[in-house]
Ligand binder design. Structure first.
Ligand code: IFM
Length: 438
């Protein structure tokens, strides 16, 4: 596999999934603290109270990354650590944690890549309506501007939002994620305010003339028609509109997809003049999280339904389909480029076991190997792919599945907090060692 010398290889995590220390140093409550305590919402009633205790063990975790040989670490900042109530005075102790983390990374020769919002909204803002309210986007701009000023160019890549589709649809559309609301139409209001929050943060970033890069991360999944029939093709186009184009179009074209009249009618009341100018402001890169694909067919009533997975699946039940990564990025490049692309997440959950101090996870290794090969193919085809972050560095709190799904290339014993580099992590390490690096 050939990769350019400056291609960035990394690992990724997110604050609520790994930090723990939920009640320390003035951190405020997040919607995930509240949601995970709501009976029946998270498997086994798990919470992120302790998680991987990364808040205290970050030096050990950075040392592991150094041992693996990664170039960059994508983490997220917990908004309620910085502003316990979402707005007001900065909580210096919370901010200091990220300053210490960034310093440790830089000293270890690892570039910090920070996501500002990976789903842990301060509960105080949710109490005022959360992402259903436009004000939340303004509060996000203030928080983002403060982080840009405080951490500035020490962070080499800034990502405004992680996967706004998940925040909007899973949080407000079907209620599977925090804050657990379920109303299809209003999830489109949440999506609009999230996109606006991104645009406002971008505006704040540009005013500071920073030298690092700024972008956004979307979870995109290619939608393949089950057959060549016109009905199935139309079904796939609809599914693509819902999952992909509803976010890509406003960001890169400055308007919502015009072939989705019900969605357009639902979102119309919250759109204000100038919103799309902000939302479509120029970004330095687009981050794409890719895990799997969907194959969809017409439901015979103008809608669509997804077929069961067509091949091997991970512990999440997601089909392993590396070719989808290639198809997706070629399509994004052709339809929305030219824009530098990063794979900001890719990885797989499997039910790992420790055997005599080792974790043998050949399926995860194969998954990574196959997706890296697609990345190499993309570069060969001229797609401007600039980096690849493996999800995840550590086993962690997998949202509604609690600790029951392990995505790490490093195993975490949640009782003792012992870390064990899995065979897949060792494979990644030797892969990185074998690259010709400049
Ligand atoms: O764990 C999540 C992450 O927080 C966002 N992207 C998908 C991952 C796996 O489900």
């Amino acid at each position: 596999m050939n990769f350019p010398k400056d291609f960035k290889w990394g690992t990724a995590t997110a604050s609520y999934q790994i930090e723990g220390a939920a009640h320390e140093d003035g951190r405020g409550e997040s919607i995930w603290d509240r949601f995970s305590r709501t009976p029946g919402k998270v498997l086994n009633g798990h919470t992120g109270d302790v998680a991987c205790n990364h808040y205290h063990l970050y030096k050990e975790d950075v040392a592991i990354m150094k041992e693996l040989g990664v170039d960059s670490y994508r983490f997220s900042i917990a908004w309620p650590r910085i502003y316990p109530n979402g707005t007001g005075q900065i909580n210096r102790k919370g901010l200091d944690f990220y300053k210490r983390l960034v310093e440790e990374l830089l000293e270890s020769g690892i570039e910090p890549a920070a996501t500002l919002y990976h789903w842990d909204l301060p509960q105080a803002l949710e109490d005022k309506g959360g992402w259903l309210k436009r004000d939340t986007a303004r509060y996000f701009q203030d928080y983002a501007a403060a982080m840009f000023k405080e951490l500035g160019d020490t962070v080499k890549q800034w990502i405004t939002l992680n996967e706004p589709w998940c925040s909007a649809f899973l949080g407000y559309g079907n209620g599977v994620h925090a804050p657990g609301k379920s109303d299809f139409n209003s999830h489109l209001h949440a999506a609009h305010h999230l996109l606006l929050a991104h645009g406002l943060a971008l505006q704040a970033y540009r005013e500071l003339n920073l030298k690092s890069e700024v972008g956004i991360t979307l979870n995109l999944a290619p939608q393949y028609p089950a057959s060549d029939s016109a009905q199935d093709q139309a079904a796939a186009r609809k599914a693509d509109g819902f999952q992909n184009r509803w976010y890509l179009d406003p960001l890169f074209r400055g308007f919502y997809p015009q072939d989705m009249p019900e969605f357009l009618a639902a979102v119309a009341p919250v759109i204000q003049p100038g919103d799309f100018d902000l939302i479509s402001g120029a970004v330095d890169f687009l981050g794409i999280n890719y895990y799997s694909r969907s194959v969809v067919r017409s439901d015979g009533q103008g809608g669509y339904e997804a077929l069961p997975p067509q091949g091997p699946v991970t512990h999440m039940g997601w089909e392993v389909y590396p070719q989808g990564l290639y198809d997706l990025l070629v399509r994004v490049h052709e339809d929305y480029g030219p824009i530098p692309l990063y794979i900001t997440e890719n990885g797989a959950a499997y039910p790992d076991q420790v055997e005599q101090g080792r974790v043998h996870d050949p399926e995860r290794t194969a998954y990574l190997q196959q997706h890296f090969a697609q990345a190499a193919k993309l570069i060969e085809a001229g797609v401007p792919l600039k980096g690849f972050y493996v999800w995840s560095l550590l086993d962690n709190f997998e949202w509604a599945f609690g600790y029951e799904r392990r995505f790490g290339i490093v195993y975490v014993d949640f009782e003792t907090q012992e870390r064990i580099i899995k065979d897949s992590g060792r494979w990644y390490q030797s892969f990185l060692k074998g690259l010709a690096r400049g």
